[in-house]
Design a protein. Sequence first.
Length: 302
Amino acid sequence: MATPYHKKSTGNQRNEAREALGHLQLRKLQPEMIEAYYGNACEKLSARTVQHHHRLLSEALKHAERRGHIGRNPCSLAEAPSPRKRIMRTLTPAEVETMLEYAADNQFYPVYYTAVSTGLRQAELLGLRWRDIDLDGLSLSVSRTLYKRRGVCIFKEPKTKGSSRRVTLTPKLARFLREYKREREIMYLERGKILSLDDSVFANDKGKPLDPCTITHNFAKIAKRAGLGQVRFHDLRHTFASIMLMKGAPAKVISECLGHASVAFTMDTYSHLIEGMQEDAMALLDEALPPGMVENKEGVSI
């Protein structure tokens, strides 16, 4: 079953599919066989990963179909597993305060505070340079990201056009970052250096990029000590969105802050939060509208 893949994929993904289906001739490959492979793969892999296998396999078989090696792509008739939607964990304002109290003496506190104050992704936070932050204009610009690949931290441009964006800072965050910058400048001077606009906002004591994995694991420990349960670093982004919604911010504004592709995507992602706010919204509407007037059969208003 030697058909090429157009997109890059990991060796493990190719090997697993090859071991399960590679011994079969293309013309004998049936949808049931592919579904059986998916079922076995789901016992040791996540549904999302197996769905990725499905996309890779389907692409390869589409190529074979175009070349005339098979009459029809069997993947088009095979049902891939649907990834379960992970239950979103958001912190209440009181829980955010608790989390920050437990993180007060932590070296990554500036990252956590900025994360929950802006809704930026971890890669976007770690990619920030001082030139990206306008403390007087109360804004920051997302222009690059940082990812760790095979043990090496790499700076990249944002993946999508919507990800490159301007985000307004709260006055509290601006004051915090101003003081944080002042502390970094002093630290650099003590080491005979000058903090430049091209230096990363969040870096270690030597000015090197922070390790994303270290931040993730560190945050999980803080959340556990604070009694917040299983909270991920990424949940700070969801917390930002939920608090914005709770305070009545327009969905379009939240979508722009988060860098989502569309307002519809934002509404779908946080639909469960919006549904839970209907009663409160109706209570506000009830306060704003005057009572209705109804006439009885005698024409008297009641």
